[in-house]
Ligand binder design. Structure first.
Ligand code: IMP
Ligand code: MG
Length: 174
Protein backbone atom coordinates (compact mmCIF):
# COMPACT_ATOMS: atom_id res chain seq x y z
CA UNK A 1 0.00 0.00 0.00
CA UNK A 2 1.40 3.37 -1.00
CA UNK A 3 0.40 6.67 0.62
CA UNK A 4 -1.07 8.95 -2.03
CA UNK A 5 -2.28 11.92 0.02
CA UNK A 6 -1.08 12.41 3.61
CA UNK A 7 -3.38 13.43 6.43
CA UNK A 8 -2.03 17.02 6.37
CA UNK A 9 -2.39 17.28 2.59
CA UNK A 10 -5.91 15.92 2.89
CA UNK A 11 -6.89 18.55 5.45
CA UNK A 12 -5.41 21.34 3.31
CA UNK A 13 -7.16 20.02 0.19
CA UNK A 14 -10.53 19.82 1.89
CA UNK A 15 -10.16 23.33 3.27
CA UNK A 16 -9.36 24.54 -0.28
CA UNK A 17 -12.31 22.60 -1.73
CA UNK A 18 -14.70 24.02 0.88
CA UNK A 19 -13.41 27.56 0.24
CA UNK A 20 -14.10 27.19 -3.50
CA UNK A 21 -17.63 25.94 -2.82
CA UNK A 22 -18.17 28.71 -0.28
CA UNK A 23 -17.03 31.36 -2.74
CA UNK A 24 -19.22 30.02 -5.52
CA UNK A 25 -22.46 29.90 -3.51
CA UNK A 26 -21.70 33.01 -1.47
CA UNK A 27 -23.42 31.72 1.71
CA UNK A 28 -26.69 31.01 -0.14
CA UNK A 29 -28.76 28.08 1.18
CA UNK A 30 -27.44 24.82 -0.23
CA UNK A 31 -28.47 21.17 -0.30
CA UNK A 32 -25.61 18.72 -0.09
CA UNK A 33 -26.52 15.32 -1.52
CA UNK A 34 -24.01 12.71 -0.49
CA UNK A 35 -23.57 9.68 -2.72
CA UNK A 36 -23.22 6.81 -0.25
CA UNK A 37 -21.18 5.29 1.00
CA UNK A 38 -17.71 6.48 0.06
CA UNK A 39 -18.57 10.18 0.36
CA UNK A 40 -19.79 10.26 3.96
CA UNK A 41 -16.49 11.28 5.54
CA UNK A 42 -16.02 14.11 3.01
CA UNK A 43 -19.65 15.12 3.55
CA UNK A 44 -19.09 15.39 7.30
CA UNK A 45 -16.02 17.58 6.74
CA UNK A 46 -17.80 19.81 4.21
CA UNK A 47 -20.73 20.29 6.59
CA UNK A 48 -18.31 21.58 9.21
CA UNK A 49 -16.36 23.77 6.78
CA UNK A 50 -19.22 25.53 4.96
CA UNK A 51 -20.83 28.64 6.37
CA UNK A 52 -24.30 28.57 4.81
CA UNK A 53 -27.72 27.21 5.73
CA UNK A 54 -27.31 23.55 4.76
CA UNK A 55 -29.74 20.77 4.06
CA UNK A 56 -28.20 17.35 3.79
CA UNK A 57 -29.60 14.39 1.88
CA UNK A 58 -28.20 11.02 0.95
CA UNK A 59 -28.68 8.70 -1.95
CA UNK A 60 -27.21 5.33 -2.67
CA UNK A 61 -25.43 4.71 -5.95
CA UNK A 62 -23.23 1.74 -6.10
CA UNK A 63 -21.74 -0.25 -8.86
CA UNK A 64 -21.53 -3.98 -9.03
CA UNK A 65 -17.74 -4.26 -9.29
CA UNK A 66 -17.68 -8.02 -9.82
CA UNK A 67 -17.29 -7.52 -13.58
CA UNK A 68 -14.34 -5.16 -13.07
CA UNK A 69 -14.03 -1.62 -11.72
CA UNK A 70 -16.59 0.64 -13.38
CA UNK A 71 -18.01 -2.15 -15.55
CA UNK A 72 -21.06 -3.48 -13.72
CA UNK A 73 -24.51 -1.89 -13.71
CA UNK A 74 -25.14 1.19 -11.59
CA UNK A 75 -27.61 0.58 -8.79
CA UNK A 76 -29.23 3.85 -7.70
CA UNK A 77 -31.52 4.15 -4.72
CA UNK A 78 -32.87 7.69 -4.63
CA UNK A 79 -35.83 6.86 -2.38
CA UNK A 80 -33.85 8.42 0.41
CA UNK A 81 -34.12 11.85 -1.21
CA UNK A 82 -36.88 13.88 0.38
CA UNK A 83 -37.66 17.60 0.42
CA UNK A 84 -34.22 19.07 -0.03
CA UNK A 85 -34.07 19.25 -3.82
CA UNK A 86 -36.99 21.17 -5.40
CA UNK A 87 -36.16 24.85 -5.81
CA UNK A 88 -32.79 24.43 -4.15
CA UNK A 89 -29.17 24.74 -5.18
CA UNK A 90 -27.98 21.13 -5.04
CA UNK A 91 -24.40 19.99 -4.70
CA UNK A 92 -23.85 16.29 -5.34
CA UNK A 93 -20.93 15.08 -3.23
CA UNK A 94 -19.04 11.96 -4.26
CA UNK A 95 -15.74 10.36 -3.33
CA UNK A 96 -14.18 9.62 -6.73
CA UNK A 97 -14.79 10.65 -10.30
CA UNK A 98 -13.44 7.62 -12.15
CA UNK A 99 -15.29 7.04 -15.44
CA UNK A 100 -17.78 9.72 -14.43
CA UNK A 101 -20.72 7.43 -15.17
CA UNK A 102 -22.13 7.58 -11.65
CA UNK A 103 -22.56 11.37 -11.70
CA UNK A 104 -23.50 11.35 -15.39
CA UNK A 105 -26.42 9.04 -14.54
CA UNK A 106 -27.38 10.85 -11.38
CA UNK A 107 -27.57 14.44 -12.63
CA UNK A 108 -30.63 13.98 -14.91
CA UNK A 109 -32.42 12.12 -12.13
CA UNK A 110 -31.80 14.99 -9.73
CA UNK A 111 -32.79 17.47 -12.46
CA UNK A 112 -36.18 15.74 -12.72
CA UNK A 113 -36.84 16.71 -9.10
CA UNK A 114 -36.85 20.43 -9.98
CA UNK A 115 -33.75 21.92 -8.33
CA UNK A 116 -32.62 25.50 -9.05
CA UNK A 117 -29.15 24.18 -9.94
CA UNK A 118 -27.15 20.96 -9.75
CA UNK A 119 -23.39 20.93 -9.36
CA UNK A 120 -20.90 18.26 -8.37
CA UNK A 121 -18.04 18.08 -5.88
CA UNK A 122 -15.66 15.15 -5.64
CA UNK A 123 -12.72 14.46 -3.39
CA UNK A 124 -10.72 12.77 -6.15
CA UNK A 125 -10.60 12.73 -9.91
CA UNK A 126 -8.60 10.04 -11.68
CA UNK A 127 -6.51 11.36 -14.54
CA UNK A 128 -7.44 10.32 -18.07
CA UNK A 129 -10.23 7.90 -17.13
CA UNK A 130 -13.36 9.95 -17.90
CA UNK A 131 -15.80 8.24 -20.27
CA UNK A 132 -18.45 10.96 -20.28
CA UNK A 133 -18.60 14.60 -21.35
CA UNK A 134 -18.83 15.89 -17.82
CA UNK A 135 -16.33 17.63 -15.56
CA UNK A 136 -16.95 17.82 -11.84
CA UNK A 137 -17.40 21.45 -10.76
CA UNK A 138 -15.26 21.15 -7.63
CA UNK A 139 -12.34 18.71 -7.28
CA UNK A 140 -10.20 18.08 -4.18
CA UNK A 141 -7.29 16.23 -5.78
CA UNK A 142 -6.44 14.91 -9.22
CA UNK A 143 -4.69 11.54 -8.91
CA UNK A 144 -3.12 8.94 -11.20
CA UNK A 145 -5.17 5.84 -12.02
CA UNK A 146 -4.98 3.52 -9.01
CA UNK A 147 -7.39 1.87 -6.61
CA UNK A 148 -7.61 4.29 -3.71
CA UNK A 149 -8.66 3.62 -0.13
CA UNK A 150 -8.97 5.56 3.12
CA UNK A 151 -11.00 8.57 4.33
CA UNK A 152 -14.25 6.65 3.77
CA UNK A 153 -13.17 4.71 0.67
CA UNK A 154 -13.00 0.97 1.12
CA UNK A 155 -11.86 -2.19 -0.53
CA UNK A 156 -14.24 -4.96 0.54
CA UNK A 157 -15.05 -2.99 3.71
CA UNK A 158 -11.39 -2.55 4.64
CA UNK A 159 -9.29 0.63 4.98
CA UNK A 160 -12.31 2.97 5.27
CA UNK A 161 -10.97 4.19 8.60
CA UNK A 162 -7.56 5.39 7.36
CA UNK A 163 -7.13 9.13 8.02
CA UNK A 164 -5.09 9.46 4.78
CA UNK A 165 -5.45 8.18 1.19
CA UNK A 166 -3.48 5.21 -0.10
CA UNK A 167 -3.24 3.31 -3.37
CA UNK A 168 -3.53 -0.47 -3.19
CA UNK A 169 -1.00 -2.62 -5.02
CA UNK A 170 -2.44 -5.23 -7.42
CA UNK A 171 -1.48 -8.10 -5.08
CA UNK A 172 -3.47 -6.42 -2.28
CA UNK A 173 -6.69 -6.72 -4.28
CA UNK A 174 -7.17 -10.47 -4.37
P1 IMP B 1 -17.47 6.17 -11.86
O1 IMP B 1 -18.94 6.00 -12.05
O2 IMP B 1 -16.67 5.30 -12.78
O3 IMP B 1 -17.00 7.61 -11.91
O4 IMP B 1 -17.11 5.58 -10.44
C1 IMP B 1 -17.34 6.27 -9.31
C2 IMP B 1 -17.56 5.33 -8.14
O5 IMP B 1 -16.77 4.13 -8.23
C3 IMP B 1 -17.09 6.04 -6.89
O6 IMP B 1 -18.18 6.74 -6.31
C4 IMP B 1 -16.59 4.91 -6.03
O7 IMP B 1 -17.66 4.42 -5.25
C5 IMP B 1 -16.15 3.85 -6.97
N1 IMP B 1 -14.67 3.87 -7.18
C6 IMP B 1 -14.03 4.19 -8.33
N2 IMP B 1 -12.70 4.15 -8.15
C7 IMP B 1 -12.50 3.82 -6.85
C8 IMP B 1 -11.29 3.64 -6.06
O8 IMP B 1 -10.15 3.81 -6.50
N3 IMP B 1 -11.48 3.32 -4.75
C9 IMP B 1 -12.72 3.15 -4.20
N4 IMP B 1 -13.86 3.31 -4.91
C10 IMP B 1 -13.74 3.64 -6.22
MG1 MG C 1 -19.39 5.91 -4.79
Amino acid sequence: MKTLVTEDQLHDGIRRLAAEIQEHYDSKPLTLVGVMMGSVVLLADLIRALEAPLRVELLQARRDHTKGLGQGPLVIDEDLLSFGVRGRNVLLVDDIFHTGRTLWNLIPQIDDLGPTSVRTAVLLQKEGKAEVALKPDFVGFTIPDAFVVGYGLDYNDRYRNLPYLAALEPDEMK
